[in-house]
Design a binder for this molecule. Structure first.
Ligand SMILES: C[S@@+](CC[C@H](N)C(=O)[O-])C[C@H]1O[C@@H](n2cnc3c(N)ncnc32)[C@H](O)[C@@H]1O
Length: 193
């Protein structure tokens, strides 16, 4: 079975989209006030709907046709400025200079990171959140360690950008508290002074 088919299977039984990712909820003040946003590997589109409700025109890409069809229905009901598209983002990453904001949550393909950086317009901002190798609860997220971030890896991957926000706690301190299992980063395409 192809990867996209496996995701289709999951989404066929999924009821509706969950909450937007924490990296967006905590940093909504860093979003551009207008312009074009991309929710890459959007799934059912909780982030997409959030971005559109903030006034952005959103492209929402995922290779699961089931997820995209469900998102299309949600967008139609809410009459939001969203273009959902079935798209394999590994073979078709975004074009250079095309978005004011890019959001990626719970998806990791290191090969496309340079394309994401290049796709940001001047002043454009990336919001990234995904799973860590050093997790408190490894039952959440991908089983294959290749799809989990090493320590500080998001910082390295987005090194060419100006860092606005970063959080990664691993298993440090009291593991019953805090933001665990994932890392999150917000960074801006702006010249370094
Ligand atoms: C864990 S889900 C995350 C969905 C959403 N971003 C979220 O945080 O709820 C991972 C998503 O990546 C999508 N995906 C995986 N590989 C992809 C690829 N090569 N191109 C497009 N989408 C892909 C899957 O279909 C799935 O919707």
């Amino acid at each position: 079975m192809k990867d996209a088919d496996r995701w289709d299977e999951r989404y066929r039984t999924a009821k509706s989209s969950v909450n937007p990712a924490q990296v967006l909820l905590e940093n909504r003040h860093l979003l551009p006030q207008r312009g074009r946003a991309l929710d890459l590997a959007c799934g059912l589109g909780a982030n997409t709907l959030f971005l559109a409700e903030q006034g952005l025109h959103v492209s929402a890409w995922d290779f699961s046709s089931v997820a995209i069809e469900k998102l299309r229905a949600a967008v139609r009901v809410r009459k939001l400025p969203v273009i959902p598209e079935v798209r394999d983002v590994t073979s078709q990453p975004p074009e250079p200079n095309s978005f004011d904001a890019i959001v990626v949550t719970r998806f990791l393909d290191r090969s496309i990171i340079p394309h994401l950086i290049a796709a940001l317009l001047p002043g454009g901002v990336i919001f990234y959140q995904t799973f860590l190798l050093e997790a408190v609860d490894k039952t959440i997220g991908p089983k294959d360690p290749v799809f989990r971030l090493a320590q500080n890896e998001l910082l390295e991957l987005f090194g060419p950008l100006r860092l606005l926000f970063y959080r990664e706690e691993g298993r440090a301190g009291d593991i019953s508290q805090g933001f665990r299992n994932e890392a999150m980063l917000v960074a801006r395409n702006s010249p370094r002074g």
